[in-house]
Design a protein around this ligand. Structure first.
Ligand code: SF4
Length: 406
């Protein structure tokens, strides 16, 4: 670990990754050294266990370490973490992006740029917080209500990312589908996507992070169907394929709506690949309900699944509901994961013989526009787009050669 420069460790979601990137910039600007910041996550027990392990490891490696915590876990349990050896302070989620918070850690030593990797994909935060009350979710307790950023602030940040060399921008937030609901006049996600693309014609690759199906309206569906600069990869926070469980989660969609949305999108743009988050072993989930989720994966044409066994978070409504035994939840997660791996392999195999556009992440690895991993048999240049021929696949990626630079 290098303690001569600001060291930032990130747990959790893309939003945290995006915020860590900005904090890294502050640290560089302010000349901060001997500073270790952990941007924490509280989404599961496991995330917090790994956090405690990391703090103990850092302190074990260097008892003089000054660890600053920010993010959802330290927001939720400040008393628990401030007592740990090595932890020097906590910055609240609300002020983690205000540069002045970091001034007290500044020194006169100037820090050179620390990033060794070429930048390919930048994350752009367009809102924070969430107004929904999903019964399993701890994040809304740590990040407050939906606050949308102004369109001009967003465009400036997008330009900043392009100037830093990023080739692709992914819009991110706690719940980006609620973008604009708090603005006067009200706006929506489709509006900000159009606004960014109109203001920055040189931006040719714009992606969306997780969408709440309840907020996917026809405006957004038509935009995905018609705007080529919008990448054909849609990730939905679906969570279950059983309507009763969705109700108990207090989600606002049902399985039929997701199936319909995805069919509509595919009819307009057949190359879209759908991903989703799924929680199994949610309180009261029976075998029958779990079977509904299994059937749903194919019915909703989902190909990239993030599967989580339910993790009880104190303070949430779901933590008071009748539990599914842990070993049953874990077995269901394993079963669904095996099924998801087969579906993913099928999706990869469909690409054999096709010519696809890829963006190189290093000399070998790339992603297709629909975010499928690709591995090249010939050297790629980082950050370049290629037309790529898929020759065969393995379980993880499509494999082939670049045909031409784009
Ligand atoms: S939509 Fe639900 S799961 Fe997502 S952040 Fe809001 S409350 Fe949490």
């Amino acid at each position: 670990m290098n303690f001569s420069t600001a060291n930032i460790i990130t747990f959790g979601c893309r939003l945290n990754a995006c915020e860590s990137d900005l904090i890294k910039d502050f640290a560089k600007e302010l000349g901060i050294v001997d500073f270790t910041l952990i941007n924490t996550c509280a989404v599961t027990d496991e995330a917090e266990r790994k956090l405690r392990q990391t703090i103990r490891r850092l302190y074990g490696e260097n008892p003089n370490v000054k660890i600053i915590l920010t993010g959802c876990a330290s927001e939720l349990h400040p008393d628990r973490y401030i007592k740990m050896d090595g932890v020097a302070g906590i910055i609240s989620n609300k002020t983690k992006l205000s540069k002045s918070e970091y001034l007290k850690y500044a020194s006169n030593v100037s820090v050179s740029a620390t990033s060794g990797r070429r930048k390919v994909r930048g994350f752009l935060q367009i809102q924070n917080g969430c107004d929904q009350k999903c019964t399993y979710c701890i994040v809304r307790l740590t990040r407050g209500n939906n606050v949308s950023f102004s369109k001009d602030e967003i465009v400036n940040q997008a330009k900043r990312l392009l100037n830093k060399g990023y080739k692709e921008i992914i819009l991110t937030g706690v719940n980006i589908s609620s973008y604009g609901k708090d603005l006067d006049p009200k706006q929506n996600l489709a509006f900000i996507v159009r606004y960014i693309l109109n203001c920055i014609p040189e931006l040719t690759r714009l992606g969306l992070s997780s969408l709440d199906p309840a907020d996917v309206d026809d405006d957004l569906i038509n935009l995905i169907g018609s705007e080529e600069k919008l990448l054909p990869h849609i990730h939905e926070s679906v969570q279950s394929g059983d309507n009763m469980i969705l109700k108990r989660m207090m989600r606002r969609h049902n399985r039929e709506q997701v199936i319909e949305i995805n069919e509509k999108i595919l009819s307009l743009r057949p190359d879209v690949v759908f991903g989703a988050d799924i929680i199994v072993g949610f309180p009261t989930e029976t075998d029958e309900m779990f079977k509904n989720t299994k059937r749903f994966l194919e019915e909703a044409r989902l190909s990239r699944l993030h599967i989580f066994p339910f993790s009880k978070r104190p303070g949430t409504a779901a933590s008071l509901m009748p539990n599914v035994e842990k070993k049953i939840a874990l077995a269901r997660a394993r079963e669904l994961k095996t099924m998801a791996d087969d579906i993913f392999l099928k999706k990869l195999s469909e690409q054999i013989g096709k010519n696809l556009t890829i963006l190189a992440e290093d000399q070998i690895n790339a992603k297709t526009n629909s975010f499928l991993p690709a591995r090249s048999l010939e050297k790629l240049t980082v950050g370049k787009e290629y037309l790529f021929r898929c020759e065969y696949v393995d379980k993880k990626a499509i494999i082939g050669r670049p045909i031409e630079e784009r």
